[in-house]
Structures are given as C-alpha cells and as structure tokens.
Ligand binder design. Structure first.
Ligand SMILES: [Zn+2]
Ligand SMILES: [Zn+2]
Length: 312
C-alpha cells in the first residue's frame, strides 16, 4: 500500500494530494540534483534561519518505494515562494469537523487545534460541525476491496469548503474520522489541499486508535498534528520540501511519513514566517511545551533550536 503526492490542475486550482502509487525508480542518480538544490536553498537563508541549519538533516530521498522515487518534484525556493499573494485580512485558521469522532479522538482534536495555533501563531476556530448525512451519497463509497467507508476529497473541497470559507480564513481545513479518496482509481489519501484556494481536508482514519494505549494516543496525536500542519502548509502555498528532513516532505507510505519530523526545516520556517510574521523563539517554546506535556521527545529538538537562536 503506497502513498503518493501529485500536483494536478483541477478547475483552475492547484491541488496537492497524498495517496498510492505503484511505480518507483532508482533514485541514486538524483543525489547530485538534490545536493545542488540544498546548496541553493542554504545560500538563500539569512539570520536567524541560517543559524538553525546546523541541527537540521539534509533531505534524504529514501528508497525505491518512497515518495521522491515516485514523484521527483522540483522543490520550491524561498524566492519562488515569495511570488505568491498574501493578504492581511486573512487572520484565522478554521477547522471544519465532518462526521462523528470517538471521545479519545475528540481529545486529539482539541490538542491538535492547540498545536496548530502554536505552529502558525494565529487563532484557530471551529466552524459548525457537519454530520456525515449532509455529505451526498454520491461522494461516499465503501472501498471495493477493503470495505473502508470513504468520502470523496474533491467533493469536500468544492462543495463543502469553498462555499463556506470565512473571508478572514488563512486556511479552512476539514477534519474527519472517515477515510478519504480523491478518485475512483485511488485506494485512499491522508489529506488533500489546494495551494491557492485556502481549503484542504485531512483524515484521522489511518492514524491509529488513541483509546488503545498511552503510546497509541501519542502516536495518533503526532500523526494527526503532522498531517494537519503539512496540509495547512500547502494551503499557505508551500510545496513539498526536498531541501531538508521536514514536515513538508512528501510521503508515499506510513513508515515514510512516520520518519518525517514534526518540525519545519529552516527554509519552510522562513516561508511560514514570511507569510505570518511571528516571534520564532516564542513559537518554538509553545510547541515544545505542548509536546513535553504529552511526553513526546521531539520537544528536545525544539529546545535545542531555542538555544541556537539565543547563541548558546
Ligand atoms: Zn503534501
Ligand atoms: Zn522544509
């Protein structure tokens, strides 16, 4: 079961999708191309982002079944990113819950909402939940082989989110506990987002059962937080990262996405900070505090980042 990322043109908007792909290539010949891209990216960075480079790993393309072998996306420099438009009237991230959530999933949603607020340093609000019955039966299916109940992502983006998007939305993202699919030929997707329309959707369905154990609760949180921030990153116009190990890396399968860090690399942090100016140290501190309260070790990396920024 693979996951792939593809950029497609759809109804004049650019959509980024994560799902399955059956083809893979040998990536060893691509190393030089990646090294040059990494070098170009680092050359673009200024303080304080350049100070962070030393603790971030260079992007590794992974193996034949992994994302980069399948898609070989070109990456996106900071200069390229700055060509996008931003608007000071966009101030808030909105979350649109669709369908039912278990009590433990609800706890994850509350924590992830707090995490998103710290990650992007903006207010996060919920819109009125939409029950599953409101989703057209034509936009739902039971997976023909696996039996999973699934909702069509493009229906959510076009019919649910676009007409309801609040005017001040930086991003308007739907969250569901049901599985997602973007077209009949695909098995599933974890999430899908528009690079230009500020709408996206992601699912908790494949993130594990948080009621199973404390460890599963933490894992479910990490996966949900990672997908949420990754998809919202796309909604801010950020493409997949091939410069560093980063939560904006593409993923082709669960083990690959679990290896990606929760944090942004210096370049992607620079992009988010250009779009939403904030105090970087305060942001790291708030994120570390949340991860610490959950017993997640990743907080140590964020504390280390604060020390670097402080010149220690
Ligand atoms: Zn993506
Ligand atoms: Zn990055």
């Amino acid at each position: 079961m693979n996951r792939y990322v593809v950029v497609i043109l759809l109804f004049s908007c650019i959509i980024i999708t994560c799902g399955q792909n059956e083809h893979s290539l040998n990536v060893s010949h691509l190393d030089k191309k990646l090294q040059k891209h990494h070098f170009d990216i680092v050359n673009e960075l200024h303080k304080p982002f350049i100070d962070l480079v030393k603790i971030h790993q260079t992007f590794h393309p992974g193996g034949p079944g992994d994302w980069y072998a399948n898609k070989q996306e070109p990456g996106q420099t900071f200069y390229e990113y700055k060509q996008r438009k931003k608007n000071e009237a966009w101030t808030t991230i909105y979350i649109q819950k669709i369908g039912q959530f278990s009590p433990e999933q609800e706890k994850i949603v509350t924590l992830v909402t707090r995490y998103i607020g710290a990650f992007f340093q903006v207010p996060v609000k919920f819109t009125k939940p939409i029950p599953l019955e409101k989703i057209s039966p034509k936009a739902r299916r039971v997976h023909p082989s696996w039996g999973d109940k699934q909702i069509h992502t493009k229906y959510i983006l076009r019919k649910i989110l676009r007409p309801r998007r609040p005017k001040d939305a930086i991003a308007y993202i739907a969250l569901t506990s049901y599985d997602l699919y973007p077209r009949a030929s695909w098995n599933f997707v974890y999430g899908q987002a528009s690079l230009v329309n500020r709408v996206g959707v992601f699912s908790m369905y494949r993130n594990g059962d948080p009621a199973e154990s404390k460890e599963m609760f933490r894992l479910c949180f990490s996966r949900t937080a990672k997908t949420a921030t990754h998809e919202i990153g796309h909604m801010l116009g950020i493409r997949h990262c091939i410069a560093f190990d980063c939560c904006m890396n593409g993923s082709n399968n669960r083990s690959e996405s679990d290896k990606h860090p929760l944090w942004l690399c210096p370049m992607c942090l620079n992009k988010v900070n250009w779009f939403l100016p904030f105090n970087i140290t305060k942001r790291y501190d708030e994120l570390a505090t949340i991860l610490e309260s959950l017993g997640l070790n990743q907080q140590k990396f964020l504390r280390k980042s604060i020390k670097l920024l402080d010149g220690k």
